[in-house]
Design a protein around this ligand. Structure first.
Ligand code: ZN
Length: 417
């Protein structure tokens, strides 16, 4: 077992954590299996809410080495993500947050999906990516990347070593004008460590930009499948503002972005004397209203209702001899199949475009994962879309492969198309 338990809130460090919603014991969502009989670890997947500051969080923390050592997720596999990050980079230039030749450091840079467009637009780039295999891939594709876990000492070293990036002479005193962290902030147990590392790397005039799945979007859309062990914190904007301020950063702007079921992109600057935009004030106000209307209680009831509707539908289809396969084996597939009890007796197999996932088995429920090419010769009656955030792309792709049946979209509400 490589599990530790936090006794204090990750944000305010008080011990007033109340259990809110439990999904029972689950295997790590990205731990795909080589064989269905492989040994698996199960850990509690339970959300707690801090009574003091409001942060919703897991307190059972699975060791990062266990969660990420076999990580096979390459961001660039998804064309929607590529487009999202291309726009991200262009917008940073349009907002004049940097100019050509300045340095962008991306924390949790994966295969360089965000840094590639920054580089194309003329920035110097450097990635920090803990999974060595993925870091190597980024380097092969021309993105300088340090294979390491983020820490203040790693951050300090990076800045002290001009060899680490291309054209060191053109950088501003070795420090980054932009530090970005997309979809990583929620994964890190020690949030203060992230800020102190960023302090080391970011120029005093620079901007720190993060993207995190937005807690209130998950609540409004019933997307409980965003809950898995890698996601330790479920951030409201108010949580980010609080953490930033405690670490000497001002939150200057925020916007909603359509990834991971609805995320917020938050802009921060080192120093406490910057005024927030009206967007920050408006979102904070809206969060106060949402917290007062009982929407968190409604969410739990909606998840149970969704479970009943989907499981009943799948059982009815199986009873009448229909065949169902799944599309997409992201982490959210694991949460949904394990919490709803959807196994290989219900879903024959799952197809996924990522070659690294093919010929493996889903965690806990042991559903085999295949290449989508199988749909050229096999024509099941139904495809259950686990990667529902890409449903439009997936439906087009399936039709292109010759699929003539119907699609089931499990969330936000069960839908047949
Ligand atoms: Zn707290």
């Amino acid at each position: 077992m490589s599990l530790s338990k936090n006794s204090l809130c990750r944000a305010c460090k008080k011990s007033v954590l109340q259990q809110w919603f439990s999904l029972g014991n689950q295997p790590p969502a990205n731990a795909l299996l080589k064989a269905p009989m492989s040994e698996e670890n199960f850990y509690p997947l339970t959300l707690y809410k801090c009574e003091k500051c409001g942060l919703v969080q897991l307190i059972d923390v699975v060791d990062q080495q266990e969660l990420f050592s076999n990580y096979v997720y390459y961001s660039s596999t998804s064309s929607s993500f590529r487009e999202h990050f291309r726009k991200f980079a262009k917008q940073a230039f349009d907002k004049k947050l940097l100019v050509e030749g300045q340095l962008v450091i991306d924390v949790g840079s994966n295969d360089g999906i965000l840094l590639k467009p920054f580089k194309e637009l003329g920035a110097n780039v450097l990635g920090i990516e803990p999974v060595e295999k993925i870091a190597k891939q980024a380097i092969l594709e021309g993105i300088p990347t340090i294979a390491a876990w983020l820490s203040p000492s790693i951050a300090k070293n990076i800045i002290a070593q001009p060899m680490a990036v291309e054209e060191p002479s053109s950088r501003d005193k070795n420090k980054a004008t932009l530090v970005t962290a997309t979809n990583v902030f929620a994964h890190i147990n020690d949030a203060d460590m992230v800020f102190s590392s960023v302090q080391e790397m970011l120029a005093p005039w620079g901007t720190f930009i993060i993207e995190v799945p937005y807690f209130w979007q998950m609540i409004q859309d019933n997307t409980f499948d965003l809950i898995y062990h890698e996601h330790l914190s479920y951030f409201s904007l108010s949580d980010i503002v609080f953490l930033a301020e405690r670490n000497g950063f001002s939150t200057i702007d925020v916007e909603m972005v359509p990834v991971h079921g609805g995320s917020i992109r938050v802009y921060m600057r080192p120093g406490l004397d910057f005024e927030p935009s009206s967007a920050v004030g408006n979102m904070l106000q809206k969060e106060i209203c949402l917290a007062q209307t009982g929407s968190m209680q409604a969410f739990v009831a909606n998840v149970e209702k969704n479970k009943h509707v989907l499981v009943t539908l799948l059982q009815d289809l199986k009873r009448t001899g229909k065949r169902i396969v799944g599309y997409g084996a992201p982490a959210k597939m694991s949460t949904l199949t394990n919490y709803f009890g959807i196994d290989d007796k219900v879903v024959d197999y799952i197809v996924d475009d990522a070659i690294a996932k093919q010929n493996l088995f889903s965690p806990g429920m042991h559903i085999p994962i295949r290449s989508p090419v199988i749909l050229c010769t096999d024509d099941p009656e139904y495809i259950l879309i686990f990667a529902w955030n890409f449903k439009e792309d997936i439906m087009k792709r399936c039709r292109g492969l010759g699929f003539s049946g119907k699609f089931i979209i499990p969330l936000p509400g069960v839908e047949i198309k």
